[in-house]
Every structure is written in structure tokens, then in C-alpha cells.
Design a binder for this molecule. Structure first.
Ligand code: KG4
Ligand code: ZN
Length: 333
């Protein structure tokens, strides 16, 4: 079964062809990072306009790379949410139109679930029940998935997402967007014990909160700046101390959730899952954790197709192209 995946929830126009939910035949990602970097973050209106220009060329490249035509495609999977409403609309309208023209089913996919299901595109696919740590620019959650993709969010951020915290701290240190890779890079030259930043205590010990951490970093930076302009070494020390605190919080909660729910597998996905320190420390705490490969951590359409393949059959059939709606706040399958 060949599924065409379409992902336009934020600042990547991505289309992929995936066979039987596991084999990537093509995976094209047109990133808008350069466009948004000049504004220091994603500008929704600019993102939506850029998707319009990119989507058809990206579709053609995805089909060409896979060596197929639309007539070979059995179903279309598209991100229906969560995400930027204008951006989501471009992907969903494209999927619906292709579905009508080629008379194939269109499956709406939850972007957050897809970040976890990207683990099925690895050489060692996970088994259910899966505990997923999903860490992206918009979301940070610990979720337990059953075979039928029904799920329970057992912990989530009560304010900023992990990636958002990286992006905001990067901005205050004068680093470019996206902040995660930029912070990680300078943190390599820093000492992570220079500053003691706080990990929030939550009522649900599996929940996260990063806004206090972000404020503590801001205060520290301002205090140093009152004396002099931040030096390269001071920035590196702040970045390292921030990154290690945030990673500690993610690892601690994931380990707690593992002990509480005893899942068959732990999966780590989403943009922040590309973080080297997170990979290292989680691997140390949970040696069997499956990490989504770096190229599939950020937004991509192969994960959308992989997630659609895992959706229960009855769920797929009920979603006709006409019924499919964008849902930018989608919380369910
Ligand atoms: O999953 P993603 O591509 O988009 C969303 O769905 O949000 O995640 C993007 C986020 C950004 O906040 C970016 O700064 C962060 O992932 N990120 C990283 C790294 N690479 C990307 N954060 C920490 N370390 C990285 N190496
Ligand atoms: Zn994402």
C-alpha cells in the first residue's frame, strides 16, 4: 500500500511516499527557515503564502523521487492539526483536491501522534503499548499509545514547549532561529554547572513547565549584562546550563512515566529529539529507548504517512475527502 503523506502545519512544505507504513520511497522537505529567520520566528501569513508556492513542485519531486505517479497512490494522508490554520489549509485543500481527482481516500492525521509514529520508519520498529516523549516547537508531552492508536497524555507542558524554550533562550542570547541547534552548538563550549537553573515542581509529577527556567535564564543574562556585554564564554555557559536543566527535566519525567506505565517501548520524537545531549542522557537512563532518526525528527511527511498506515481501518474509511476538516487545535485521533 502506497500512501502519499502531506505536511504543511508550520514552516516546512513536505510530501513523501511511504510503502506499507515502513518503507520511505521519497521524502521531500522544503524548509522556510531562511525566510522566517530574518523575523526571528515563524510568521504565519508568510508561511501560508510560501506553502502555496511550494506545494505543487514538492508534490512533483516526491512522486518523481519515488518513481511513481498519482495513479500508483492508494491513499493520501495529510496533517489536519495541530498547527497554523492558514498553513494547514494549504495541505488539506491539496489533499482533498487530489483525493477527488484520483478517487482515493484522504486520511486526516494528528501531527503530534505522527511525530511518535515516525519510529515505525526505523530499522527497529517499536511495539505497543508505546510510551512516547514528543518534544517539538509547539508541544511537549508524554503519551501512552495502544495498538489502535488510542492514547492517553500522561504528562505535558503547562506553558512553553521544549523547542519554544530553546527558541526563546536563543533569541535572548542573540542566536538565530531556530534556537535549538544554535543553543546546542554553543553549549558544547560551555560549562553546564556554571548556573543553577530551576526545574519546576508540578502537581502531576509527569507534567513539565519551562517558563520559570526561561525567566531564570533571562534574569541571569540581564544581571551579567549589567556588568558588561555578554562574552562568548558566558553565553556558552548559559546555553549549557539551560540545556542541561531542560534535558534533566525531560529525562526525569520520561523515566518516571516508564516506571509507572511499564510500556513495551519508549519512543522519542519531534524536533527537539535531534538534541545530542537529550539523546545521550535518555539513552543512559532508558537504554532501550528508540530515537526517531534525526532527519525524521523535524517536521516531515513520511511520519504523516506512517501514522495513517497505523490508524484503524474503520477510522480511515469514515474520513471521506469531503468530510475532512482542518482542526488546528486537534487533541484526538
Ligand atoms: O517538530 P518540529 O520540527 O516542529 C514543530 O512541530 O514544532 O520542532 C521544531 C523545534 C524548534 O523549536 C527547534 O528549535 C527545535 O525543534 N530543535 C532543537 C534541535 N533541533 C531542532 N532543539 C534542541 N536541540 C536541537 N538539536
Ligand atoms: Zn512538528
Amino acid at each position: 500500500m502506497k500512501i502519499l503523506g502531506i505536511e504543511t502545519s508550520c514552516d516546512e512544505t513536505a510530501i513523501a511516499v511511504v510503502e506499507d507504513g515502513t518503507k520511505i520511497l521519497s521524502n521531500i522537505i522544503a524548509s522556510q527557515i531562511d525566510i522566517h529567520a530574518q523575523y526571528g520566528g515563524v510568521v504565519p501569513e508568510v508561511a501560508a503564502r510560501s506553502h502555496i508556492g511550494e506545494i505543487l513542485p514538492v508534490l512533483q519531486r516526491a512522486l518523481d523521487d519515488a518513481g511513481v505517479t498519482m495513479n500508483d497512490i492508494d491513499a493520501i494522508a495529510v496533517t489536519r492539526g495541530p498547527g497554523l490554520i492558514g498553513s494547514l489549509l494549504i495541505g488539506v485543500l491539496t489533499a482533498k483536491t487530489l483525493g477527488e481527482i484520483y478517487r482515493i481516500p484522504v486520511i486526516g492525521v494528528n501531527h503530534i501522534i505522527a511525530h511518535a509514529m515516525a519510529a515505525f520508519l526505523t530499522d527497529s520498529p517499536p511495539s505497543f503499548p508505546i510510551l512516547a516523549l514528543t518534544v517539538s516547537g509547539g508541544h511537549t508531552a508524554l503519551t501512552v499509545y495502544q495498538q489502535d492508536l488510542s492514547f492517553k497524555v500522561v504528562g505535558e507542558t503547562q506553558d512553553d514547549a521544549a523547542g519554544e524554550a530553546f527558541d526563546k533562550v536563543a533569541k535572548l542570547l542573540g542566536l538565530p532561529y531556530p534556537g535549538g541547534p544554535a543553543i546546542s552548538k554553543i553549549a558544547e563550549d560551555g560549562n553546564d554547572e556554571t548556573y543553577q537553573f530551576p526545574i519546576a515542581k508540578m502537581k502531576n509529577p509527569l507534567d513539565f513547565s519551562f517558563s520559570g527556567l526561561k525567566t531564570a535564564v533571562l534574569r541571569q543574562a540581564r544581571e551579567l549584562e549589567n556588568q558588561d556585554k555578554l562574552s562568548k564564554q558566558q553565553k556558552a555557559n548559559i546555553a549549557a546550563s539551560f540545556e542541561s536543566t531542560l534535558v534533566k527535566s525531560l529525562v526525569r519525567n520520561t523515566q518516571k512515566a516508564y516506571e509507572t506505565f511499564n510500556p513495551a517501548c519508549v519512543v522519542v520524537g519531534g524536533g527537539v529529539a535531534a538534541n545530542k545531549r537529550l539523546r545521550l542522557e535518555l539513552q543512559r537512563a532508558l537504554p532501550n529507548a528508540i530515537f526517531v532518526p534525526n532527519v525524521l525528527c523535524g517536521d516531515n511527511a513520511a511520519m504523516i504517512a506512517a501514522a495513517a498506515f497505523k490508524m484503524p481501518q474503520n477510522n480511515i474509511q469514515t474520513l471521506s475527502a469531503a468530510a475532512l476538516q482542518v482542526d488546528s487545535s486537534l487533541e484526538t485521533l
